[in-house]
Design a protein around this ligand. Structure first.
Ligand code: ZN
Length: 438
């Protein structure tokens, strides 16, 4: 056995949502080889190359961020509190227009530091710039990622074709690489930035390569109203009419402005949803009907979106907001209980991304994506309510250790594969440099 973690509370997130109050968890060849109550046997302990005493800590599955654009990592705080169109046209797009390879790399390094330090082991990146650089870096630093070259179709047909070729080439080159830590998808940006025929072509390419698809949809009220004015129907109904949902794995980000009819539609395929509560709030987009979607059995996972609209990548915060917002929205405290919110950040995320290997759970045979949190802090007492505390009281900074496929990426809050001090300095250097170019 490679690693044994003993004397630890284990929140398994398996089907019966079992919590082991004091037990042990062993890792071998990247997978959980043993998990149990009480003390590990002498043979197990003596056979382990590394033994970690988890006293005072909990183990949870690594958190899974199902929507983001970490290439925009230098835009945190660059512009806040503006109407969406002014925010985009006056602040975001001019800055993004100046981004070069080094700046995007620095932005992503910063984001990965933040994610690992707050317990995220798997993330989705939907972006159009230097995706190969990111894939190489993920291969090196040990995280898990679902990567895609995002496409905007407001351009000539030749340009659309070139973008699609690039996206397919990237997806084929990197799918299931890095010992399966990297998977790829196809990503039309949104129905308001991609003409229907382009979305159809992208879907066809995804089917040919057996890849899932990811897209923003129904994020703002205006987007839906414009679509109804242009095509006579809600964008989700329109995509259904086009047949793009047939025989594909879709993960749709946002789904804020949907009604009962669209919820039925999502359920009938089934389509997975990435809920991004804080981004939706900060941009004044609204609150997605997550309680209603979950009640229908739709798989809803969590995403942060980019730090330009959040402004952080801490999924623990996101989970808490998701739970609280649904209670407030429905005037009903029973909607989205703690266990379900934690499920959204773990197992639902793995299903949404189409990950194999029982990712998002801690059970024998599952890939060993594990985080440890320091549970003896005052804000997590009395100690006997781990589900409640994980959602309503935990902080990203409580995460002490992070493992992906059994490899330790953080030990006692020290990152082992990312040079935090250097990365923070580089990010600031590149941000200052970008400002001089605007
Ligand atoms: Zn987004």
């Amino acid at each position: 056995m490679d690693t044994l973690i003993k004397n630890i509370t284990i929140i398994t997130m398996n089907r019966d949502q079992k919590v082991i109050q004091s037990g042990y968890l062993g890792v071998e060849n990247g997978k959980i080889s043993t998990i149990g109550d009480g003390e590990a046997s002498i043979e197990i302990e003596e056979g382990a190359k590394q033994v970690i005493n988890g006293k005072g800590k909990w183990a949870l599955p690594g958190l899974i961020n199902t929507h983001g654009h970490i290439g925009m990592g230098l835009l945190r705080g660059h512009a806040d509190d503006l109407p969406l169109h002014r925010w985009l046209e006056e602040k975001m797009w001019p800055f993004e227009g100046q981004l070069d390879r080094e700046a995007v790399f620095a932005a992503r390094q910063l984001a990965m530091v933040e994610m690992v330090k707050s317990g995220t082991t798997t993330f989705l990146e939907m972006y159009h710039l230097w995706m190969d650089d990111l894939a190489e870096e993920v291969e090196r630093n040990g995280m898990k990622a679902v990567l895609m070259r995002s496409m905007i179709g407001l351009c000539s047909e030749e340009e659309q074709k070139a973008k699609l070729q690039e996206a397919v080439a990237f997806a084929k080159a990197w799918n299931r690489q890095a010992n399966g830590r990297i998977q790829t998808m196809m990503a039309p940006h949104a129905p308001y930035t991609c003409p229907p025929a382009f979305i159809e072509r992208i879907t066809e390419a995804a089917r040919e390569e057996n890849l899932g698809l990811h897209m923003h949809i129904a994020e703002t009220k205006k987007e839906v109203e414009d679509h109804v004015n242009l095509y006579g129907m809600h964008p989700l109904n329109h995509l259904k009419e086009l047949g793009v949902f047939e025989n594909t794995h879709w993960l749709l980000a946002h789904c804020v402005h949907i009604g009962e009819e669209q919820i039925e539609l999502l359920k009938s395929y089934p389509i997975h949803v990435s809920h991004n509560p804080m981004s939706n709030l900060k941009l004044g987009s609204g609150i997605a009907p997550v309680g209603e979607m979950l009640a229908k059995g739709i798989n809803v996972a969590l995403g942060t979106d980019s730090v330009a609209s959040n402004n952080h990548l801490d999924l623990i915060e996101e989970m808490r907001f998701a739970a609280l917002l649904q209670k407030g929205r429905n005037l009903d405290p029973t909607v989205l209980p703690a266990e379900e919110a934690l499920m959204m950040a773990t197992r639902n995320g793995a299903l949404a991304l189409g990950l194999d290997g029982e990712v998002g759970t801690l059970q024998k045979g599952a890939e060993a994506d594990v985080i440890l949190v320091k549970a003896n802090e005052a804000h997590l007492q009395p100690w006997s309510h781990p589900f409640s505390h994980a959602v309503y009281a935990l902080k990203g900074a409580d995460v002490t250790d992070v493992f992906v496929q059994g490899v330790q990426l953080m030990e006692n809050r020290q990152l082992k594969t990312l040079d935090e001090e250097k990365i923070v300095a580089e990010a600031n250097k590149h941000y200052e440099r970008m400002l001089t170019l605007l």
